[in-house]
Design a binder for this molecule. Structure first.
Ligand SMILES: [Zn+2]
Length: 259
């Protein structure tokens, strides 16, 4: 099993240790950085655990922090051998509608960095009426990043079409298991088998039957089970498939040359 998106740095150290212990049978976990301090925390988890890899980036809600120094810092961290993705980046008009211009600058910087390093770009998107999703779809079609992940994909129709057209990866989280999310499950059904990923976004977005609790990587199994059911596959079959997709997307088979 693989959790392609969690935030170990958003857990207390004991909570993260327990979560890693509960996920000890996993093939890999990606812990995702969101700002300069958290990027370093993500990297230290990846240095300490052979199955943990890191992504470094600047979350759209932190995009106003972008500066030449921060760009240099990100470029420096991106060269670390345990870093397998750039982000999370993207557009968030839900929490930060006022920093739209900065979010685009941060997105474009991270896109260039991902290209330079040959790494996938991890994308977050959120808004009230779907305007960030529609804008991200247009941005993708213009910039055509060669490898990207729509993290915690929410099913927005334009984003689905753009992602399908460009061969992006769609990463599904706990909301896939929520009873009311039938439209999301219908969108998921349209994703080619070799573009499916699963994640928890832990400690956020807990799946059924753990809603209201703090999420953990081990619970990715609930989303995986729902996805398997959707495609009419066995759990183990879907597990092997999404493990392989994660290895391809994030280059996890490359020998970690880091500490
Ligand atoms: Zn996240």
């Amino acid at each position: 099993m693989t959790d392609t998106h969690c935030h170990l740095d958003h857990m207390e150290p004991e909570e993260a240790q327990a979560a890693l212990q509960a996920a000890r049978h996993f093939r890999a976990l990606l812990t995702i950085g969101t700002d300069p301090v958290r990027n370093r925390q993500a990297l230290s988890w990846a240095e300490a655990h052979p199955r943990v890899f890191a992504s470094v980036g600047l979350h759209p809600t932190e995009a106003h922090l972008l500066s030449p120094e921060l760009e240099a810092d990100l470029a420096h961290l991106a060269a670390h051998p345990r870093v397998r993705a750039i982000g999370e980046s993207g557009l968030d008009f839900y929490w930060r509608p006022e920093t739209r211009a900065a979010q685009y600058r941060a997105l474009e910087f991270q896109h260039r960095l991902a290209l330079e390093r040959g790494l996938p770009l991890v994308l977050h998107v959120r808004s009230r009426g779907g305007e960030a999703e529609a804008e991200l779809a247009r941005w993708l079609l213009q910039h055509r990043p060669p490898r990207f992940v729509l993290h915690a994909f929410g099913g927005h129709p334009e984003l689905l079409e753009a992602g399908l057209r460009l061969g992006g990866y769609f990463s599904f989280a706990g909301p896939l298991t929520y009873r009311k999310n039938q439209a999301l499950r219908e969108a998921a059904r349209r994703v080619p088998l070799d573009r499916l990923l699963v994640e928890t976004d832990a400690p956020f977005l807990p799946p059924e039957p753990h809603r209201g609790r703090r999420n953990q990587p081990a619970w990715v199994v609930y989303t995986l089970a729902r996805l398997a059911e959707l495609f009419g596959l066995g759990l183990e079959e879907m597990e092997a498939l999404t493990d392989q997709n994660a290895r391809t997307c994030f280059g996890l088979d490359q020998r970690p040359s880091g500490p």
